[in-house]
Design a protein around this ligand. Structure first.
Ligand SMILES: NC(=O)c1ccc[n+]([C@@H]2O[C@H](COP(=O)([O-])OP(=O)(O)OC[C@H]3O[C@@H](n4cnc5c(N)ncnc54)[C@H](O)[C@@H]3O)[C@@H](O)[C@H]2O)c1
Length: 280
């Protein structure tokens, strides 16, 4: 039996992972959908009911330690523990350095980084007591090969990659696994949460969603296969793996020159937007 908790599973990737696990494990899975979107969360539960051994929705805001504590207590009582925690809940931000307020930085860090820290702090003792457990942390391609005008999001996801590597080393001797996932863009409801003061940043995200080369289902299936193979760093998209390889194997000046050439147009558009606004 796999007892699985997925944060942010009312939508997008979290929901996709729940569906894929349900298909693959059937009655060998118990799944908890934790989210702040109660309506969507309940919909996922209705959809999975009957397919798995148990499925439940728990309202849990990962910025709230009391919500997380309540969630852990519910799962301890109902299932006697948890085998897999997917730290998936997240939001999006965009903008240039001058376009992102400190409030926007604090908001994304509080959810995308500290949210994961809070959840992991609460579930690690449970894993320790059990003598086993697994964290799957959802970062992003943005955390390993950043592009301009996404400073706070890139920094948050780079922090998730760094944290995951730290925890891999820290938890390994305790028989607790850590995986970190870096997807490029795929179409979800992430744009609903996006905060930005710059229309170009939003346009960029819409365009990336339109150009997405993988569906949510494909991303979820890739992740589960890679976890099965015990991969630590999971880069889901082929173009993401290529970019990561370029960064690893090209000299740093050459890699940066290539990226600057590729992304220069976007930066110029952003600058023009600033000029226009100043002229208003
Ligand atoms: N969609 C992409 O292109 C993409 C690419 C790389 C990484 N990611 C990452 O994948 C993860 C899932 O995003 P998605 O694309 O499925 O977006 P989504 O918006 O469809 O799903 C995110 C879910 O997180 C929930 N959530 C937001 N704040 C929360 C909080 N404080 N507490 C609990 N739940 C909260 C939302 O209600 C939502 O259901 C995020 O960490 C995101 O950064 C997404």
């Amino acid at each position: 039996m796999q007892r699985i908790l997925i944060t942010g599973a009312a939508s997008g990737l979290g929901k996709g992972l729940a569906e894929t696990w349900a298909k693959r494990l059937g009655k060998q899975a118990k799944i908890c959908i934790a989210d702040v979107n109660d309506e969507r969360g309940q919909e996922v539960v209705s959809q999975l009911q009957g397919q798995v051994a148990d499925v439940l929705y728990v309202h849990c805001d990962i910025t709230s330690e009391s919500d997380i504590s309540e969630l852990a207590n519910i799962l301890q009582t109902r299932w006697g523990g948890v085998d897999t925690v997917v730290n998936n809940a997240g939001v999006a931000t965009g903008g240039s350095l001058l376009g992102e307020s400190i409030e926007q930085w604090q908001w994304v860090m509080d959810i995308n980084v500290l949210g994961m820290v809070r959840v992991s702090q609460r579930f690690l003792p449970m894993f320790r007591k059990q003598g086993s457990g697994r964290f799957i942390n959802i970062a992003s391609q943005a955390g390993i090969t950043p592009v301009p005008c996404m400073g706070s999001y890139n920094a948050a996801k780079a922090a998730v990659v760094g944290l995951s590597e730290t925890w891999y080393l820290e938890f390994k001797p305790q028989n607790i696994d850590v995986h970190v996932v870096c997807p490029s863009f795929f179409k979800t409801n992430l744009d609903e949460s996006m905060r930005t003061s710059e229309p170009t940043a939003r346009m960029m995200m819409d365009r990336m969603f339109d150009k997405a080369t993988m569906t949510t289902e494909q991303v979820a299936a890739y992740i589960l296969d890679a976890v099965e193979k015990q991969q630590f760093l999971i880069v889901t998209h082929p173009e993401g793996r290529l970019a990561y390889r370029l960064k690893k194997f090209l000299s740093r000046p050459r890699y940066l020159a290539t990226m600057a050439k590729k992304t220069g147009g976007m930066v110029k558009r952003m600058l023009a937007e600033h000029q226009e606004r100043k002229g208003e």
